[in-house]
Design a protein around this ligand. Structure first.
Ligand code: GRF
Length: 207
């Protein structure tokens, strides 16, 4: 039913969420087409993964485009060139610029490894998140998929999944447990959007 949604990915690092989503597209759990991968980091595992998967892959950063406005415009232009419907941030470490935010308003998703609004915001990424969860003595943590606005981790929450914190947990053990949940949750949220179970504010996106 309707058109197959085209996904554009923005990545910076390892790429395990990208991999989980690509796999779900391949094995038919997700009726979506991965259209393009953009990384701000030439060394990212995610970029290598995209190239291995023969996806169009771009390195766009302040190195390739020192003027932030031109970088912002170029990111939007590449997404539009590949006819992206939905932008998936999968470990993207940069803030998006106003041009991209406007062009894809309410069509940009991010995943964060905690139960937002707890343990989010600037500087809260990687192990810092899990260390903060342990320091706070939380009994549970989890993963959150949310819409992206101009700030870090503040957009409307689309879905969350809880993960227990164990008494003897280390940040690394917790990170690994949350990451598994992230992979499931991201695919599930995308499926929900495609199937119309999760409504994004832009209603004309899926025909
Ligand atoms: C994930 O923990 C995600 O929640 C956060 O960045 C990390 C990316 O990991 N936004 P990966 O590159 O997908 O493996």
């Amino acid at each position: 039913m309707g058109k197959v949604l085209r996904l554009g990915f923005l990545v910076s690092g390892r790429g395990s969420n990208l991999q989980a989503i690509l796999q779900a597209c391949r094995d038919g759990r997700l009726k979506a087409t991965p259209a393009v991968v953009i990384s701000n980091n030439t060394d990212s595992g995610a970029l290598a993964l995209a190239r291995d998967a023969a996806l169009p892959a771009y390195h766009l950063s302040s190195k390739t485009h020192p003027d932030p406005k031109i970088l912002d415009r170029t990111i939007t232009a590449i997404l539009q060139k590949h006819e992206v419907d939905l932008v998936v941030l999968a470990g993207y470490m940069k803030k998006l610029g106003p041009i991209t935010l406007r062009a894809y308003r309410n069509r940009i998703l991010n995943i964060h490894p905690s139960l937002l609004p707890n343990h989010g915001g600037q500087g809260m990424y990687g192990m810092a998140v899990h260390e903060a969860v342990l320091r706070a003595g939380e009994k549970e943590t989890g993963a959150t998929v949310h819409l992206v606005d101009g700030e870090y981790d503040t957009g409307r929450i689309l879905a969350q999944r809880r993960v227990p914190v164990r008494r003897d947990d280390t940040a690394a053990a917790l990170a690994a447990r949350v990451l598994e949940t992230e992979h499931e949750l991201y695919v599930e949220v995308l499926r929900g959007i495609i199937d119309g179970e999760i409504k994004l504010p832009v209603e004309d996106m899926v025909d």
